[in-house]
Every structure is written in structure tokens, then in C-alpha cells.
Design a protein around this ligand. Structure first.
Ligand code: HEM
Ligand SMILES: CC(C)=CCC/C(C)=C/CC/C(C)=C/COP(=O)(O)OP(=O)(O)O
Length: 307
């Protein structure tokens, strides 16, 4: 195993004055919308109540920590991002800001949000928040991503923590229901990402990142997408099966997961063709995002109706 080496930090990198938009882009705002939404749903679906100001603070802390983790990810991966078409326009490859400023921004955001979560909301929520930043920035970004095609299977856990943290902010404890919410996102992540990785294969090859399609090949990745999507269906229904939710969630979860599985079948069973525009893969990726938004929304609606 190779040691984790510090990235090159050349102080003369930034060629233009940075503005707030560059810092904002470091937080990966588009991806983080869904992260924050799942956290909010975890908070709203938890039993018990939380003062609205404390609840708002908890969600703000999760958003800031997730943004901080995104900045640390981009600080570490500036060289890699420069090699991939999809990421070459980010602020660091564009030299819109200095690399060490991205690192400091990420550290300050993460540190501030964890401390605020602990002081204002709950120390268990703060501890899990700190762990999720560490998991994404260190375990996933620095350690697993450059080393193993299982990187996102294990590293995907980082993105599964937010609803658990939202839940803990209300209840102060970890019980089966929030662990199930964690497990659902954990199982969802491989089909979400590998659908994209299938068409972004040349990018990852250029950056020398061992994503599943590049290492195990397309056929194996496609089969694995199908397996995770098939496992997701009963898992997503489990909160209902064990009586943790009502039928609004249960029926929505099963219907959404059936569509997810149906969209995975053409991806899982097809062979790549010449001049392939990867339509089924793009459709599955797009639906994966809608799926998680709708699933977590159903959880909250279900809880509001039952309450
Ligand atoms: C290790 C786990 C994950 C990996 C490797 C991954 C990877 C990606 C990548 C590469 C994109 C393309 C976006 C871009 O170009 O910046 C993307 C998009 C997206 N991801 Fe993920 N993702 C993961 C987990 C998650 C999680 C946990 C969530 C939310 C709960 C999420 C939500 C989204 C959303 C909302 C988009 C669409 C962003 C847009 O509108 O452009 N992802 N993901
Ligand atoms: C509270 C907290 C810390 C939440 C973190 C949420 C989290 C880990 C989300 C993961 C989503 C994400 C941006 C994956 C991108 O993978 P990548 O970095 O490999 O993608 P890239 O190639 O676009 O940089």
C-alpha cells in the first residue's frame, strides 16, 4: 500500500483574484442539496420534537460540514480534477484561488460546524458529523479512491450519514430506524455512481483513478449495478415492514425502488455498442437523484400524516 502523500502546494498557483463564487463552488452545492435534504428529512421524521431554531442550526451545521468536506476533497484532488473533462472547470484547476486557501476554508467550515453542532445541538450528532467529514475527506478521498475499485462502496458511507445525524439531533440516540436510512443511501450509492462512471470511464482513465468500470470492466460493473438495485428494493421497504413507518412511505418506497430496478435492468444487461450515447445509464443516474429526493420526502409526509 502506498503512503498518503501531500499534494503539491505551489503558492503562486492562483492567477486571478478569488471571489465568493469560487469558494461557494468548493462546497459542491449541487450535490450537497440532496445531502442537506436527506438530513432535513431525517430530522423531521425522527420521533419527538426539536426547537425550530435548534433544528435549523443542526441542518446548517450539516450543510456547512458537507461543504467543508467538499472543499477538502477539491483541495486534495486539484491535480486529478485538472485531468478530467467533467471537473476541469472547478476553481482550483482553473487557478481561480490558491490551493491552501481551499484547504483552510474546508478546515474552518468543518471545524466551526462540528463545534457549533456540539455546543448548540448535541455532542453525539457532532461526533458523527466529525466522523462523516473525516470519512469523506480522508478515508474516501485520500485513502480509498486512488487505491481500490471498491472506493465508493465503502466510501459511500460518508454520504449516508446526514439523515442519521439529523435524526440524532432530535433524539440524541442511534436506533434501528436511522441506521436503516443510512443503509438505504449506502446501498443506493453504487448504482448512482457507477451509472455515471460507465460513461465517464475515459475521464477516470485519464486521471488514473481505479473506478469499477476501468478496473473490473463494463460487464462486471453493469452486473453489480443490477445486484445493488435489486437489494435496494427490499431494504427501502424495511422501515415499513418493521412498523417504523406507515403505508405512505412503504408503498412509495416499493414503487420508487421498482422503477429504479426497472431502469437498472437495461443498464445491467446491455453490452456497450459503438458510438454509444449511454442513454440508459444517463437515465438511471438522473432517476437515482429523483429517487432519493422522493423517498425521503415520502418518509416525512408519512410521518406528518401519522403524527
Ligand atoms: C461516494 C459516493 C458518491 C459518489 C462517488 C458520487 C459521485 C457523483 C458524481 C461524480 C456526480 C456528478 C456531479 C458533478 O459533476 O459534480 C454526482 C452527482 C450528484 N450526486 Fe453523487 N456521488 C456520491 C454520493 C452521493 C450522495 C450520498 C448524494 C446525496 C445524498 C449524492 C447526490 C448527488 C446529486 C444531487 C448529484 C447531481 C448534481 C447536479 O445536479 O449536477 N451523491 N455524484
Ligand atoms: C456531512 C458530510 C460530511 C457529508 C458528506 C456528503 C458526501 C460525502 C457526499 C458525497 C457526494 C460526493 C460529492 C461524491 C463525489 O465523489 P467524488 O469526490 O469522487 O467526485 P468528484 O469526482 O466529482 O470530485
Amino acid at each position: 500500500m502506498t503512503a498518503i502523500s501531500a499534494p503539491n502546494t505551489n503558492p503562486a498557483q492562483a492567477t486571478m483574484p478569488a471571489d465568493w463564487r469560487d469558494f461557494f463552488a468548493l462546497t459542491k452545492p449541487k450535490v450537497m442539496r440532496l445531502v442537506v435534504f436527506t438530513a432535513l428529512c431525517g430530522l423531521l421524521a425522527a420521533p419527538g420534537s426539536i426547537h425550530p431554531v435548534i433544528g435549523f442550526t443542526a441542518i446548517l451545521c450539516i450543510a456547512l460540514a458537507a461543504g467543508g468536506a467538499g472543499a477538502l476533497n477539491q483541495w486534495w484532488e486539484a491535480d486529478i480534477d485538472a485531468k478530467m473533462k467533467r471537473t476541469a472547470g472547478r476553481p482550483l484547476p482553473m487557478k481561480a484561488l490558491r490551493r491552501q486557501d481551499a484547504r483552510d476554508f474546508g478546515l474552518v467550515l468543518s471545524g466551526f460546524s462540528v463545534m457549533t453542532m456540539g455546543l448548540a445541538v448535541h455532542w453525539l450528532a457532532a461526533a458523527v458529523l466529525a466522523f462523516s467529514v473525516f470519512f469523506y475527506a480522508v478515508i474516501y478521498t485520500m485513502w480509498l479512491k486512488p487505491r481500490t475499485p471498491q472506493n465508493i462502496v465503502i466510501g459511500g458511507a460518508a454520504g449516508a450519514f446526514p439523515p442519521l445525524i439529523g435524526w440524532i439531533a432530535v433524539t440524541g440516540e442511534i436506533t434501528l430506524m436511522p441506521v436503516l436510512l443510512f443503509a438505504i443511501i449506502f446501498m443506493w450509492t453504487p448504482p448512482h455512481f457507477w451509472a455515471l462512471a460507465l460513461w465517464a470511464k475515459p475521464d477516470y482513465a485519464a486521471a488514473n483513478i481505479p473506478m469499477m468500470p476501468n478496473v473490473a470492466g463494463e460487464a462486471s460493473t453493469r452486473r453489480q449495478i443490477l445486484v445493488y438495485s435489486a437489494l435496494l428494493l427490499p431494504l427501502a421497504g424495511t422501515p415499513w415492514f418493521i412498523g417504523g413507518t406507515g403505508a405512505i412511505y412503504g408503498v412509495s418506497a416499493l414503487a420508487l425502488s421498482a422503477v429504479f430496478l426497472a431502469l437498472s435492468v437495461p443498464v445491467g444487461t446491455r453490452r456497450a455498442v459503438e458510438d454509444d450515447r449511454m442513454k440508459p445509464e444517463k437515465r438511471l443516474f438522473a432517476f437515482s437523484i429523483l429517487y432519493l429526493f422522493a423517498l425521503f420526502a415520502a418518509l416525512v409526509v408519512d410521518r406528518m400524516v401519522l403524527a
